[in-house]
Design a protein around this ligand. Structure first.
Ligand SMILES: [Zn+2]
Length: 77
């Protein structure tokens, strides 16, 4: 049961993980892209993941879709 719930939660999270240039109902948290430096709005799950990584001493792991496409050799998320 727990396992099933976890999987469906993360499926849902992946679908919602679309950064936008403006705040939306889901995307209330502001992040900046590590590559182009532009501001984006993301949902709580992604924001939490990124801030936890930063707090753990990693560089900002958030990269916007455009930059990610350009640097697809590097595996972000
Ligand atoms: Zn970018």
């Amino acid at each position: 049961m727990l396992r099933y719930r976890k999987e469906s939660d993360s499926d849902r999270a992946e679908k919602l993980m679309q950064a936008t240039n403006f705040p939306t109902k889901e995307n209330l948290y502001e992040l900046y892209c590590d590559l182009c430096g532009e501001n984006f709005f993301v949902n709580e799950i992604l924001f939490d993941r990124v801030t936890r990584a930063i707090r753990a001493g990693f560089e900002n792991p958030f990269v916007c879709d455009d930059c990610r496409r350009e640097s697809d050799e590097e595996a972000y998320f």
